[in-house]
Design a protein around this ligand. Structure first.
Ligand code: GLN
Length: 493
């Protein structure tokens, strides 16, 4: 069976050429034979997936309307599924099983999608390379000496290597878009509040978004349509009507105003990525789009603001891992680096967190605690909140004159495993083009557009107005159409 997008698998399902069971068993076999070195999955439940597939086939035979039947999904392991382990790539959740399903997963399943497994990620989604997982790094399927990006690196690698149709990832500062660019797949971060966060383990609650990674813009549109919309279980999910994104794919680009922010084209941008962006703007112009230079003047403060605010939120969100309520507990005597004798409660907290969290998570808890501490709060946290407002108004002003922004997704292509781990600041700087969308809450789509001379994919980013994913996917589809269709020919197995 050939590897393809959900849309074409779905077509073959409708004509009776294949069944849901056949599709699921194809992917389950592929994971078994190809994921060893990539390390993109943390858990796979083939039996459960096949059982779900058979019941979808039976539902279809009985005439049920299941718009996502045939979709085989991988879920980033920060998203809960009832009765299944959720590790967040961390030792501290060892053995913890979710008590309920995330709304996004439940909505996919109700529409007929089948989940094959949970994907590897940076610990608590903190990272840009997927090297911060307790369960080892994920490798980029296009070049296994390179990182897949992070923190949804397992989801991006699984989609790229053809181990599922689509995957759910999460994006707090770029974790869907940056790995999508590094692995050569499509990734969509919805508007903050567009998709319920119920069942997503919190990193930075005012930033976190769930969204799809896929092999085509159309596939992301199908996923978004199913998972978007208000949810009584998440007060931050927005009561904004959900349009039909699949119809928007056909809208075209004529007369659309596409802004290119000059702050995204400065020093540090790889020259071939710049050239790919310029070539894309030319092509869009020839199809009738207006290309307009714009400015987002506070972009340079994005990284600092992001890392002050997200670490502050993370230090509070991660306070709950105390060795008592979830997963790992120091002194359980399970291995030599887990001291067997913790007789005092405070020591239990300290040891559980010391052993249970990895170095990057600890760094962020300390940074976050610092910026929130009395005496420093005004200078860091309060000030960063003000800069966040300025960044948001940059976007509001830009969107007065354009419909969408086109930018690079990353300053470089995927870097080598180990090349940035010694210098956290260098790692953080990699997020320069993605974090401002989360600070402002706007939607962002990354579409692969070209291959660099180093053989790695180049992705470009489209940023839209709040709740205007329709325009973003319309332009994304037009950009995608300029390229040849997705293949896995260049994937190194
Ligand atoms: N790389 C960013 C960080 O480390 C983004 C992470 C994310 O979006 N989850 O925080």
């Amino acid at each position: 069976m050939a590897l393809s997008t959900f849309v074409s698998d779905r077509r073959r399902l409708t004509t009776g050429e294949t069944s849901c069971e056949e599709l699921v068993s194809f992917y389950v076999d592929r994971i078994a034979s190809r994921d060893g070195r990539l390390n993109s999955f943390l858990s796979v439940d083939g039996e459960l997936a096949l059982e779900a597939a058979r019941s979808i086939d039976a539902g279809l035979a009985a005439g049920k309307d299941l718009p996502l039947a045939g979709m085989v999904v991988a879920v980033k392991d920060v998203i809960c599924m009832r009765g299944r382990q959720v590790t967040c790539g961390s030792r501290i959740l060892k053995g913890f099983k979710s008590l309920y399903d995330a709304t996004a997963v439940r909505r996919l399943q109700e529409a007929g999608a089948v989940v094959v497994g949970k994907t590897n990620c940076d610990e608590f989604a903190m990272g840009s390379s997927n090297e911060n997982s307790f369960f080892g790094p994920v490798r980029n399927p296009v070049d296994t000496t390179r990182v897949p990006g992070g923190s949804s690196g397992g989801s991006a690698a699984a989609v790229r290597a053809g181990l599922c149709n689509v995957a759910l990832g999460t994006d707090t500062g770029g974790s869907i878009r940056q790995p999508a660019a590094f692995c050569g797949v499509t990734g969509l971060k919805p508007t903050y509040g567009r998709v319920s966060r119920y069942g997503l383990v919190a990193y930075a609650s005012s930033f976190d978004c769930i969204g799809p990674l896929a092999r085509s813009v159309a596939d992301t549109a199908y996923v978004l349509g199913a998972i978007a919309g208000a949810d009584a279980s998440d007060a931050t999910s927005a009561p904004v009507p959900v349009p039909d994104y699949v119809t928007s794919l056909q809208s075209g680009v004529t007369k659309l105003r596409v802004g290119v922010p000059k702050e995204f084209m400065g020093d540090g941008l790889d020259s071939e990525i710049r050239a790919a962006l310029e070539a894309t703007t030319k092509q869009l112009a020839s199809e009738g789009a207006d290309i307009i230079d714009v400015s987002l003047p506070n972009t340079e403060y994005g990284i600092a603001t992001y890392y002050v605010l997200t670490t502050a939120e993370a230090s509070s969100n991660l306070a709950r891992y105390d060795g008592v309520r979830y997963g790992f507990r120091a002194g359980a005597g399970e291995s030599t680096d887990n001291p067997a004798d913790v007789s005092e409660l405070r020591q239990l907290y300290v040891d559980s967190r010391t052993i249970g969290f990895g170095p990057e998570v600890k760094r962020r808890i300390m940074l976050g605690t610092y910026v929130l501490s009395s005496g420093y709060y005004e200078a860091y946290y309060a000030k960063a909140q003000k800069v966040r407002s300025l960044i948001r108004s940059d976007f509001d002003s830009a969107f007065e004159s354009v419909d969408v922004l086109l930018t690079p997704a990353t300053p470089t292509t995927a870097f080598e495993i180990g090349s940035k781990t010694a210098d956290p600041l260098e790692m953080y700087l990699n997020d320069i083009y993605t974090v401002t969308a989360n600070l402002a809450g706007v939607p962002g789509l990354v579409v692969p557009v070209a291959t660099h001379s180093d053989g790695l994919p180049i992705g470009l980013q489209l940023l839209g107005k709040h709740f205007d994913e329709e325009t973003v996917v319309a332009i994304g589809a037009a950009i995608e159409a300029l390229r040849s269709p997705f293949t896995t020919d260049d994937v190194n197995d």
